[in-house]
Design a protein around this ligand. Sequence first.
Ligand code: F1P
Length: 359
Amino acid sequence: MSVVAKASGANTRAEIFSEPQCWKACFQALEKSQQLKKLATKIPPDADCLFIGCGSSYYISQAAAASWQLITGRPARAIPASELLLFPDLVLNSHSKSQPILVSRSGRSSEVVRAAEYLEKRRDIRTLAISCAQHQPMDEISSDTLFLLPADEKSVVMTRSFSSMLLGAQSLAAEVADREAVAEGLRRIPDRMQIVLDSVHERVQQFVDTNTFADYVFLGQGPLFGIASEGQLKVKEMSCSYAQVFHTLEFRHGPKAIAGPETLITFLLSESGYEEERKVLEEMKSLGATTLVIANQADEVTKQNADFLLELHLDAPECVRQVGYLVTLQLLGLYTGLKKGYDIDCPRNLTRAVILDID
Ligand code: F1P
């Protein structure tokens, strides 16, 4: 990776800052194309949903599966595409009807394309795909595709494509379950997050510039675990730093051994688990950890135990607030990578899609 002084990461930076307006463009495109109404009729009402992806798209699948189950009441889970290819009997069981939903920004990642082929051709199972690119192998094999075309991006690391495909999956769940209040809540997110983004980016940059960490830990529960997973990946991809993810309360069961001032512990505090998650925050602060906290609303105890605090104040149901938590984690990765002198647009060892000659 070239340590360069030029406008490093210009594409990635621009794509993160474009997110709220990009989400609006995606909602308008979905409205105009009536895709959600058409695709909702294709989802069998009694089907379990199986979200499948790789890398960031696997973490979208984790977050989308959680939202889907909370919105529709139907079971939903997420797996990496490799699990289906290598252990199909572990993933698919003959007793329940599964609706596979394949997630891929490029529509070209070999493992996801092979998963589509396996399901459609070998198991005769109709698949739905979610993508930011048309006329690619995945959408050509899949029976149906939900496109978020305005969200496609130049950069290698996924930012607005992640958030937009997640909002697309959540919008489809709201359509399938006829949850108008959820759909309205989703559409209120872009304007609020434009205000948050405009006010938080300099704070994140200043926090990164005035602190140096050896370890990054991301903690989240329920619908936020997929976002915490993406947070650790963003810091790895953009700054080649050591980062890990845990369910918040799991951090006590051993991993807290690494808690200390050189470890930045990022807490994605949910509303449903707030009380118990906050106790972990207090405990880690007492162990000397540096803490970055994101919550929809925070109380005095949380404020006293946060070295960096962001309150989102999103007027949307908890089951669809995830993108609000995500943007700050993307900025943390961006500014940490820039501080370490990396060109974020050309991340080390990474390609935009992983193409394999997989059998
Ligand atoms: C998935 C992915 C990205 C990762 C890298 C390689 O791509 O793993 O998440 O950042 O760019 O590809 P896709 O299947 O969503 O196109």
